[in-house]
Design a protein around this ligand. Structure first.
Ligand code: ZN
Length: 338
């Protein structure tokens, strides 16, 4: 049996780094990176990551519970699976990150000024592991769910962020997300530097960042709140198709209309610290300013997401969204293989 949290948080690598089970064999590839290979023919390949931010413990507990489920399983694993605990050092310290936000360091050019920060080396390691994992089975569909919890409260408690992509989203994947108990789904409008944006752009995976509630310390999370997402992940791992008909309540949908980029030390956010994610503001509201750059709400209204003025210069200090409908999400029955 593998104890994901204990062994990831230990400063020494585990004594046992591989093992067999009736339905799979597993290998410890590095700190918090474990591969599970099914004994039966794999139907797809899945990367599940959590703990990219070290203060977001619930998703790591959720992966730990999934590992437990895998070992106790009555149904065989039917996918190649890579589990990732993103930032063990920050998890050990109970902080979001030590030097720089790891989830802004993917898909960076080789000459990036971030190349000297320790998180950059971790982003490179994760990129390399995920790319190798997917390339070992080039014919199989690729999925990546990156699990997070948000810093502030939210009018939609559980939501997903779909990375920008040039073509339509995989219909089966979007359908699965609808069954994950999400309250909202957000579509990005441009390529980004998050883990899921990278796996989507670079590996052509069906990727999504999932925000599953508020960040709390280890042991303070109630995993019952995550039962729908846990069921969705279990169905993905056992190769079951999504339950149909579609759920009664489809998630509310939004698309990103503006990114509030912190251009300089003069950046000022004109929102209180207590404002909830997905709060609406009427047209003309000055949300933030940075020297001569003014970030104003455009007609008819926009919704704020992830406002955070304490990011590094050059990074995103918030997003503005406009609502769209479920039918507006471009979908295809063809899996994007690039
Ligand atoms: Zn996060």
């Amino acid at each position: 049996m593998l104890h994901l949290i204990e062994q990831t948080l230990a400063s020494e690598p585990p004594q046992r780094t591989a093992g067999y089970h009736a339905y799979f064999h597993w290998r410890w590839l590095g700190a918090g990176i474990i591969e599970f290979m099914p004994r039966k023919l794999a139907t797809s390949q899945v990367v599940l990551s959590a703990g990219i931010h070290g203060n977001e413990t619930a998703p790591v507990e959720l992966l730990d519970a999934l590992v437990h489920d895998l070992f106790q399983a009555t149904e065989p694993l039917s996918v190649r699976l890579l589990l990732i605990v993103g930032n063990p050092a920050a998890l050990r310290a109970g902080i979001r990150y030590e030097h720089t936000d790891l989830n802004r360091l993917f898909a960076l050019p080789a000459k990036t000024p971030y190349r000297k920060v320790p998180e950059y080396a971790r982003a490179q390691e994760l990129e390399s592991r995920v790319q190798t994992f997917f390339e070992q089975a080039p014919q199989l569909p690729r999925y990546h769910l990156d699990l997070h919890t948000a810093i502030r409260g939210s009018r939609h408690v559980r939501f997903g962020l779909l990375p920008w992509q040039s073509g339509p989203y995989d219909a089966g994947f979007v359908e699965r997300l609808a069954h994950a108990g999400l309250d909202a789904l957000v579509l990005h409008d441009q390529p980004g530097h998050t883990f899921s944006a990278w796996s989507n752009q670079q590996c052509h995976a069906c990727s999504c960042t999932l925000e599953l509630g508020k960040a709390l310390p280890f042991g303070k999370n109630d995993l019952r709140e995550f039962s729908a997402i846990r069921q969705m992940m279990t169905s993905l791992l056992t190769g079951r198709t999504p339950l149909s008909p579609p759920p009664e309540h489809l998630p509310s949908c939004y698309r990103v209309t503006q990114a509030l980029t912190k251009l300089s030390g003069k950046f000022q956010l004109h929102l209180s610290d207590s404002v909830l994610n997905f709060t609406a503001f009427p047209a003309g509201t000055l949300v933030a300013e940075d020297g001569d750059t003014r970030y104003e709400v455009v007609s008819p209204e926009e919704f704020i997401l992830f406002p955070n003025p304490r990011v590094a210069v050059g990074q995103r200090a918030g997003l503005l969204l406009q609502p769209v409908t479920w039918a507006d999400i471009p979908r295809s029955d063809m899996i994007q293989t690039g």
